[in-house]
Design a protein around this ligand. Structure first.
Ligand SMILES: [Zn+2]
Length: 88
């Protein structure tokens, strides 16, 4: 994916801002997220490959852009091999 700095919200026409999408990987003492990692995506039919860890093969990372006015978020998938080329 080639991210462009001039993406605009289809509803408001306001310039979108790049965001990072994260998911908690563990919970702390009070049930609050203690660690995070970037959100990934997988094939619909993907299943766990590990007998003990249950890892699902990832195809890449999810990038997002948010509208500062209405909060609309656009998602884009970026393959692992392309991530180093994405300029957000
Ligand atoms: Zn908007």
């Amino acid at each position: 994916m080639n991210a462009t700095p001039t993406m605009h919200c289809p509803d408001c026409r306001v310039e979108l801002q790049a965001i990072k999408l994260v998911a908690p990987t563990s919970l702390g003492f009070r049930g609050e997220p203690a660690a995070h990692r970037e959100l990934e995506y997988a094939a619909l039919e993907a299943t766990s490959t590990g007998r003990f860890l249950g890892r699902i093969p990832s195809l890449g990372f999810v990038c997002g852009f948010i509208c500062p006015d209405c909060g609309r978020i656009n998602f884009y998938g970026v393959g692992h091999e392309s991530k180093t080329n994405v300029q957000l």
